[in-house]
Design a protein around this ligand. Sequence first.
Ligand code: AMP
Ligand code: ZN
Length: 114
Amino acid sequence: MSEPSCLFCKIVAGEIPASIVAKTDRVTAFHDITPQAPTHLLIIPNQHFATMAEVAAADPKLVGEIVALADQIAKEIGLDSYRSNINTGAGAGQSVFHAHLHLLGGRAFAWPPG
Ligand code: AMP
Ligand code: ZN
């Protein structure tokens, strides 16, 4: 299922361009348009869910597929460490309400995050 007004559904459908690095029948990975690190990819379910919590509730295995694809890509591009980030809700910084995991790598990261 897709949401006609959703930016990331349009990317999955090929209706707007994105730099896609991997795509399975259930998950797509593409470059973030405003990278916050030398590597900054977004890993998303092809089906529309507003948040990763909704993915977990509807299809927990799909969350695992998203995390596994992120790790596979990180290994393929030679990242020995990386940060995964899931923003849930506007107060946490979520701006696109189609579930996504940020995969960030290639620089040092501070903890706690800002
Ligand atoms: P979040 O703030 O966690 O919802 O993350 C949304 C991310 O989507 C941000 O890092 C944006 O830079 C990114 N983004 C927005 N529009 C696009 C686009 N057309 N292609 C790729 N990434 C995008
Ligand atoms: Zn969507």
